[in-house]
Design a protein around this ligand. Structure first.
Ligand SMILES: C[S@@+](CC[C@H](N)C(=O)[O-])C[C@H]1O[C@@H](n2cnc3c(N)ncnc32)[C@H](O)[C@@H]1O
Length: 241
């Protein structure tokens, strides 16, 4: 798949998002450097504070096979690998070719390239066989997907999870304060065209209609970085067959 060669005008919002992130990684403006700073693995726990509790909460063992969809620089994979020391190769997927290159460089720098594989692809068409993951993660990605594309993504997550496997996601949520909502949306849309913010009820409905069960709200906060932005998240299970 050569997403990077898709023209900007391509109709699929996922391609637009990939191009948006490519731009952030290519530019040399103050804003782009600011974004790159926060994406770096060192800052993972600032943006993804709930990750600290995931190894215990998901009872992650060294044998677990883990996928991170929209992995960015791969910070979450690096962090969880350090905490758990997986024997299975971890997988990271991202739609932006420059993000993928950057994540691959981060793995090489740390000698993790044989332990953590990063590849380019779309959340709605995962390049993995059925039922091969114990855990799928996706943080700050689903806001880039319309309801239709979200349904496609969740169907794919369900397909690649083992029966009984778990999906954990968190995302920015709408604020009840009008002024904060306007400001947060402006902030989020500064560099990316798509920001479909969903409430906990809406996200729950998406997950339940995709067939996930045992939904536990998780990842609401507090977050070290930019706490005024509300977050919403769940840990959900693919039912046992
Ligand atoms: C806000 S960043 C979050 C990165 C990382 N998950 C984190 O929490 O630090 C969103 C990432 O998802 C990727 N992404 C957005 N839409 C995607 C899609 N449809 N398929 C795959 N990756 C996607 C973007 O390229 C970007 O790297």
């Amino acid at each position: 798949m050569k997403i990077d060669e898709y023209p900007e005008a391509d109709n699929d919002e996922q391609i637009t998002t990939a191009n948006d992130y490519n731009r952030w990684l290519a530019q040399n403006t103050f804003g782009a450097r600011w974004v790159r700073f926060w994406f770096a693995p060192k800052q993972t726990l600032f943006l993804n504070t709930p990750a600290r509790k995931l190894p215990g909460l998901l009872a992650l063992t060294t044998e677990c096979k883990v996928l991170d969809i929209g992995c960015g620089y791969g910070g979450l994979l690096i962090y969880l690998n350090r905490r758990v020391g997986f024997t299975q190769v971890m997988e990271g997927l991202d739609c932006s070719v420059l993000m993928v290159k950057r994540a691959q460089r981060e793995m090489q720098k740390r000698g993790l390239d044989s332990r953590i594989h990063i590849r380019q692809g779309l959340a709605t068409s995962l390049p993995y066989p059925d039922g091969c993951f114990d855990v799928v993660l996706s943080t700050y990605v689903i806001k880039h997907l319309s309801d239709q594309r979200s349904r496609e993504m969740l169907a794919e997550v369900m397909r690649v999870l083992k029966p009984g496997g778990r999906f954990c996601l968190w995302e920015a949520a709408p604020s009840r304060n009008f002024y904060l909502q306007v400001f947060n949306l402006k902030l989020l849309k500064m560099g990316v065209s798509t920001a479909y913010l969903r409430t906990e009820g809406q996200l729950r409905e998406c997950l339940e209609s995709a067939g996930f069960t045992d939904l536990e709200p998780y990842g609401h906060g507090p977050y070290y970085y930019y706490p005024p932005l509300p977050r919403v998240g769940f840990i959900a299970r693919r039912p046992l067959e």
